[in-house]
Design a binder for this molecule. Sequence first.
Ligand code: CTP
Length: 423
Amino acid sequence: MMNAENMKVTVGVCGGIAAYKAVELVRLLQEAGLDPHVVMTEAAEKFVGPLTFEAISGHRVITGLWGDRAGVGNAEGAAAGVSSVEHVQEAQTTRALVVAPATADTLAKFAHGLAGDFLSTMYLAMHGPVIVAPAMNVVMWEHPATRANVEILRARGVRVVEPGSGYLACGMVGGGRLAEPEEIARVVVEVLREGSLETEVDFAGETVLVTAGGTREAIDPVRFIGNRSSGRMGYAVAEAAKARGARVILVSAVTGLECPSGVEMVPVVSAEEMRAAVMQRLGEATVMVMAAAVSDYRVKGVAAQKIKREKTRVMTLELESTEDILREAATKRRPGTLVVGFAAETEDVLANGRGKLERKGVDAVVVNDVSEAGLGFDSERNSGSFLTRGGEVQFPAMLKREMAGRILDEVKKLRGKGLALSE
Ligand code: CTP
């Protein structure tokens, strides 16, 4: 299912009751067309024998830093131009490292760069993606030390497959139970796909202007009207465009997200500020992706002081409409600039999306149904369709990062068709 020749992935198994589930994970990765190799920590061997993994993977299992080959890789590897030190060689030749179960000890080692065993040394030598699926007692999982270590790893780009809740081996019920092997395998495949999508620098020479997040319209100095947008979709587009070689300007409303590295961020709060920023930078853009959830109304006559509670039970705020930034930008764009809008809908999704395509005069609209639980607003995942005048491409439910890549793929196709301006 993946095109690249090298199908090798490394499964790191740590010492925990859930170690036996790694056997199923290895099998599922094979089913996905990958070639899993296994590295076990010393503690893991107390739970499952290396022979089990050796039999199922068809490869020698690495069990220690000072193992039978004393940490020295084989001549074949050296000849292929990779390190002859085995943990470095393993890191250089594998496409991804997935650790399942990842114990509190291994997470701490990874987070702090300790390198006392094969797995932790290999982690330090990894260039490719790293995925960890933690499993431990609920109290250990919720301990501030573990939380902090997980956050360090996440911030460093390690993918964490969150443990689920349920009966734990210790007799307690709660979080800390290893995610299902199917879920871990799915994430591995997804991460590898994302990686292969983003390595192409097919956006070199483009300047992509992205709007993201939900605008805030002040009511008084302490209150505002906002919406549930997290900004994740727009940030994912900005990050993906950057990774594909574009210069990226991200006009962002307030979000809890960190600006992707190398992206120029213009922070704004209200719809009017967003409009001003977009109009100011419009001339630089060759592609515009407007993922922000912009307020359609603002409060007329914002109170200068905090509004006090009144005796009356009903309070009325007078609202006035804001400008449609997307429409204005589509009208004023430079010739050759592609404009993509978003439409978050709760009913008649496609018809409303098509309506916006025309009404706003844009080249494409990404529509998504935000009434679906677990998708869209305030979620890591999204689904939807990419609508153009000539067609419709459906995106099944996927991570927003992955969807950002698919959106850029479609933008690229429009560019290829020479479509730059809406007629
Ligand atoms: N948009 C914008 N400026 C606005 C409102 C929306 O630029 N004042 C953009 C959004 O960033 C998005 C697209 O228009 O790309 C569609 O936003 P949406 O809120 O769905 O559209 P509306 O025109 O507000 O339509 P409605 O609220 O009636 O669904």
